[in-house]
Design a protein around this ligand. Structure first.
Ligand code: NAD
Length: 434
């Protein structure tokens, strides 16, 4: 069958940079590890996608229709797993790219889960609580046939939180007539959430930074000491960035800059993070915080720091601004914050990149713990959760640096090889249906 007659895709997936970057990364990993094209071709496109219209009545009485998506990229290893994003620029292609990253992430950290992602094209800051609830419930109802504790398990992502998961769990349960907490993770503790889940992604980001610092020292390279001489800048002050800031502050390492969508803060002596969090909780923005200089998001990214954590959205470090990036370690708290071109440039300059699929895997690891606890109706202490999280992240980091040393490739490629290798073996064992 000629490739010209039947190309891999009609092009419906490829419209976002995030998806294109994910495919390029997969191709690079596939080349380096010598992956059978019969396997890599299957991984270049998602297994299944559902696009739904989500009509809701707004507070002013009018009806507005939003576009929603759920994409299941690969479910060889188990049920789909991945967050729900509420963002004005979400589209099918971006969600498909994020679902692909979830497949590699779950595989890399050894979970019995596949990759999925969902989203609604909406600016959540424009919704009242009632509108957000109506949107979440109707969306859940529209995708209800493809989600479930054994099928596909959503979680929070950008613009959603534990409250959205509670509404999803309630809607799904109402439609079946009994409580089904296992349909989502990242739920409130009161309805079956896990202790430590809310902090898990940011905490995991910091674990990987500590491993990176130790790794660089073990190679005899200059690495940060992770004490008060070390400086950190964090782009994005949400569920990932704010927790990472808190954890780093507790290590007595200096967080000199943070930012959110409205702009950033800089204090060369280090920000008092508990105080910034209090300000944020009261004002719902960082803007105007008195004990720091105001900076732009661009200035934050180019701050002279030891460690930069892009923890907001994708595509923030690109070929255009990579020349101004100064950090020695860049920890991808967000999914896809560094484009492939920029990644190559940073690596050639000797920066150490902690790739997203490894760096922010703490969230899905503790989501898995939440799912397991729910299935057993047996709940663990936060100390147990954190101990198990630290163990899984340490093993994953070790595996990735070993692969990097073996193939002499970049950290991103090594992380993908680790994820794809396990998946490849599972796909070959399961074979091709029919
Ligand atoms: P969130 O909505 O809680 O926070 C996002 C933060 O980024 C906010 O502070 C927001 O103001 C800021 N932001 C948004 N657009 C921005 C822009 N253009 N410039 C600067 N700042 C901007 O989201 P989150 O859950 O913290 O997710 C952040 C990233 O981490 C996403 O890429 C997400 O996919 C990834 N991630 C999240 C989790 C999780 O458990 N929440 C797990 C793995 C990966």
């Amino acid at each position: 069958m000629s490739e010209t007659k039947y190309s891999l895709s009609s092009g419906i997936w490829d419209s976002s940079d995030l998806y294109k970057n994910a495919v390029l990364q997969l191709q690079e990993a596939a080349n380096v590890m010598g992956l059978d094209p019969n396997v890599s071709n299957r991984l270049m496109v998602p297994k299944r996608a559902l696009v739904v219209s989500v009509p809701i009545r707004l507070d002013d009485g009018s009806i507005r229709v939003f576009e929603g998506y759920r994409v299941q990229h690969n479910m060889t290893l188990g049920p789909g797993k991945g967050g729900i994003r509420f963002h004005p620029e979400v589209n099918l292609s971006e969600v498909a790219g994020l679902a692909m990253l979830m497949t590699f992430k779950c595989s890399l950290v050894g979970l019995p889960l596949g990759g999925a992602k969902g989203g609604i094209r909406v600016d959540p800051s424009q919704l009242s609580r009632q509108e957000a609830q109506a949107l979440t419930r109707r969306y859940t109802s529209e995708i209800n046939m493809i989600i479930g504790p054994d099928k596909d398990i959503p979680a929070p992502d950008v613009g959603t939180d534990a409250q959205h998961m509670a509404w999803m769990m309630d809607t799904f349960s109402q439609e079946r007539g009994f409580a089904i907490p296992g349909v989502v993770t990242g739920k409130p503790i009161e309805i079956g959430g896990s202790l430590g889940r809310a902090e898990s992604t940011g905490r995991g980001v910091v674990y990987t930074i500590q491993h990176a610092a130790k790794h660089l020292h073990s190679l005899g390279k200059p690495g940060p000491k992770m004490d008060s001489s070390t400086t950190v800048a964090i782009h994005g002050f949400g569920k990932v960035g704010a927790i990472a800031a808190q954890e780093i502050y507790q290590l007595n390492t200096k967080v000199v800059a943070v930012s959110d969508v409205g702009g950033g803060l800089y204090n060369k002596n280090g920000l008092n993070i508990p105080d910034v969090l209090k300000y944020m909780a009261k004002n719902r923005t960082l803007v105007g915080y008195p004990e720091a200089d105001a900076i732009t998001n661009d200035q934050l990214l180019s701050t002279h720091v030891d460690i930069l954590i892009p923890a907001a959205i994708d595509g923030v470090i690109t070929a255009k601004n990579v020349g101004s990036i100064n950090a020695k370690i860049i920890a991808e708290g967000a999914n896809g914050p560094i484009t492939n071109e920029a990644m190559k440039e940073l690596e050639s300059r000797g920066a150490f990149i902690i790739p997203d699929v490894l760096c922010n895997a703490g969230g899905v690891i503790v989501s898995y713990f939440e799912w397991v606890q729910g299935l057993q109706n047996f709940f663990w202490s936060e100390a147990e959760v954190n101990e198990k999280l630290a163990e899984v992240m340490a093993n994953a980091f070790k595996k990735v640096v070993e692969i990097q040393a073996t193939y002499k490739c970049g950290m991103k490629t090594a992380a993908l090889i680790s994820g794809v290798d396990r998946l490849n073996r599972a796909m070959l064992l399961r074979g091709l249906f029919p």
